[in-house]
Structure formats: structure tokens, C-alpha cells
Design a protein around this ligand. Structure first.
Ligand SMILES: [Fe+2]
Length: 188
């Protein structure tokens, strides 16, 4: 495995495995799924996709909490660690984070600090994350969104974010499937 991916895996493991074992199970499964759907992105971008998948939730680590918004906190830490800027920005914006940032009144901060990439890689990262459940199980996207809504409850800002983001997330999964020429792996 290429060094970029190895380094990303090690960084994620260090920050999540012991502190947040459930989150770590999710992250391992998201990285594995990114590997399975990597054909949806250009060859030269595959390592970036898989490295970003390893690191996408690193900002949940108790060591890294700053604003309390995990995407932004993760992106900031990766930049401080001098990880590839593109990976830091993909993590900062992963899975429609800009919409959650608006709910948190951090939209301008996120946009000022990190460019938002609209690409096959960003779509595949969103797709890997949003079709993988909290324990690493495969989920249909809409099932996953329902699971998040019920985990956070109707009044939580994450629930408001998920409702706003649903059309974008559906579109990202559909675009990824059309680039793959097949469905994203789903539960058996
Ligand atoms: Fe995630």
C-alpha cells in the first residue's frame, strides 16, 4: 500500500482506536469501502480518496476538538501536521460539511480556511461515508440518514443538517454509481 495511505491509516488509528473504538470501526469500514469503489475516481486520485477516507472523522478525537465541528477540527489538525493540503480540504468539507457548518454558524470560517473541491473524489468520499453505519455495517444511504436522524433526535442541528443535505448526498451517491457502472456495495 502506498505510503500516503499507510500514513493516513496510522494517524487515524493513533487518534481514534483507543479513544473512540466505535468511531474507529466506522472509519475502517469507510476506508475499505473507498478502496472498493476507487474505480469511480481517476487512477491518480485513488490514494487521495483512500487516505481521506481514513482521516475523514479524525476530528472527533478528543485530542483534536477545537470548534467542536469535527470536519473543520480534523482539517485544521491535518494542516498543522502538514498532511497533503488536498486531503485536509477534503476532510474539512467531507459529506456536505459546508451545510453543517452553516447550521453551526461556521460556514464563513470553513469556506475561508479550506477550498471546497467538487469532484469524483469528493463524491466517492461522501458515498463511502454515507453508506457505512456507525459500527461499520453497510447501509443504504436513505437508511443511514434515517439512522442519523433517530440517533440525534428531531431538534438537533445534525438532524437539520441531514435533512438539508439529503438531495446533495443522494446526488453524490448516484454520480459515483454511474462512474462505477454499478451500484455501490449494499447490505446483503
Ligand atoms: Fe464518517
Amino acid at each position: 500500500m502506498a505510503q500516503l495511505v499507510d500514513t493516513a491509516q496510522q494517524m487515524a488509528r493513533t487518534k481514534l482506536e483507543a479513544a473512540l473504538p466505535r468511531r474507529w470501526r466506522h472509519v475502517q469500514a469507510v476506508a475499505a469501502k473507498a478502496g472498493r469503489i476507487a474505480a469511480a475516481v481517476p487512477g491518480e486520485d485513488r490514494e487521495i480518496l483512500i487516505a481521506a477516507a481514513w482521516l475523514h472523522d479524525v476530528g472527533y478525537s478528543p485530542d483534536l476538538v477545537d470548534t467542536g465541528f469535527h470536519s473543520l477540527d480534523g482539517g485544521r489538525w491535518l494542516r498543522r501536521e502538514r498532511v497533503d493540503e488536498r486531503i485536509a480540504a477534503l476532510v474539512a468539507h467531507h459529506s456536505c460539511a459546508w451545510l453543517e457548518a452553516e447550521e453551526r454558524r461556521l460556514g464563513d470560517v470553513l469556506a475561508a480556511e479550506f477550498p471546497r473541491e467538487e469532484s469524483a473524489v469528493a463524491d466517492a468520499l461522501c458515498c463511502s461515508d454515507m453508506t457505512t453505519g456507525p459500527d461499520g455495517q453497510d447501509f443504504e444511504l436513505l437508511e443511514r440518514l434515517a439512522e442519523i436522524r433517530s440517533r440525534y433526535g428531531p431538534d438537533h442541528l445534525v438532524t437539520r443538517f441531514i435533512i438539508k443535505a439529503e438531495p446533495e448526498m443522494v446526488a453524490a451517491v448516484r454520480r459515483t454509481e454511474s462512474r462505477l457502472g454499478s451500484r455501490v456495495p449494499q447490505p446483503m
